[in-house]
Design a protein around this ligand. Structure first.
Ligand SMILES: [Zn+2]
Length: 277
């Protein structure tokens, strides 16, 4: 009788232990998935502050009024993380459509063979701007010093191909209000970097329309166009985030339709620098 009781108790303990183990593993897997999902969001969502250009005092651009008094609609296409094997195709489309865009460039190992294309980008009248040499969040956001060393490295790497002294614009990897940087450089790092940027005579810009073309789901061209149409709705000034990497072939496929759609809505295209002027 006593032995039966003990057996029963052991049995119950085993079941409780198993249940706790299962719950713990489920929670761990959920936490990891959630973390990955958030990292994705950090990179691709629209920054909280829209696309403020503080150095210009434009916290919420409204679109400018042309001679006719009508609000002029402006579209700045921006390509991050290039150059890549897709750059030439992007340039060809922009040339065919007579559109100028802005390229926020990086100098990661994958970019290196394509860095000479920066000369073509500049020669075609597009704007080249800073993004990051390594694009490695844990490295660039460790401290403000690390961030500016990375930008210095980028300037050095691209200097054989473009006139770096003319580059005064940058885009913070992950956007100016990203929170992944807090993990490495503390909660105030983005604020400090924005102050530094002003002192260093850099203007920075985020985006308010996102193609979500570099997400893990690898959306097709039709989905990228749809993402853009949904974000751009009713906005007189659109700064469109797209990517120029080896993985974003669908962006190239979508680009002619993206340009045609904005043109049909009455938008005029220009670079970020031209827009700010
Ligand atoms: Zn990027």
């Amino acid at each position: 009788m006593r032995r039966d009781n003990r057996n029963n108790r052991d049995h119950r303990l085993l079941i409780v232990w198993l249940a706790v183990s299962v719950i713990l593993s489920v929670l761990t897997v959920w936490a990891r998935t959630e973390e990955r999902r958030r990292e994705n969001l950090w990179e691709t969502s629209i920054p909280d502050a829209g696309f403020a250009v503080p150095t210009l005092g434009m916290s919420s651009p409204e679109g400018s009024e042309g001679d006719s008094g009508a609000v002029e609609k402006i579209c700045c296409l921006t390509f991050d993380d290039g150059p890549s094997r897709n750059t030439q195709d992007i340039l060809q489309i922009l040339r065919d459509k007579k559109v100028h865009a802005t390229f926020f460039v990086t100098a990661q190992p994958a970019n290196e063979p394509y860095l000479p294309l920066l000369a073509d980008i500049e020669a075609q009248g597009h704007q080249i701007a800073m993004h990051s040499a390594s694009h490695n969040y844990s490295k660039i956001y460790r401290s403000t010093t690390d961030f500016w060393l990375d930008i210095k490295e980028l300037r050095q790497q691209i200097s054989p191909y473009v006139s770096v002294e003319k580059i005064h614009w940058l885009r913070f990897p992950g956007g100016s209000t990203n929170t992944i940087s807090h993990r490495y450089g503390g909660r105030s790092i983005m604020q400090e970097l924005k102050q530094d940027a002003e002192e260093k005579d850099y203007r920075w810009i985020d985006w308010n329309v996102c193609g979500e073309d570099a997400t893990a789901g690898h959306p097709n061209a039709a989905r990228i166009l749809k993402n853009i149409q949904e974000d751009a709705k009713d906005q007189p000034l659109c700064v469109v985030l797209l990517h120029d990497t080896k993985a974003t072939g669908q962006t190239v496929k979508a680009l002619p339709d993206i340009i045609d759609w904005f043109a049909a809505q009455g938008y005029r295209f220009c670079t970020v620098e031209e827009m700010a002027e």
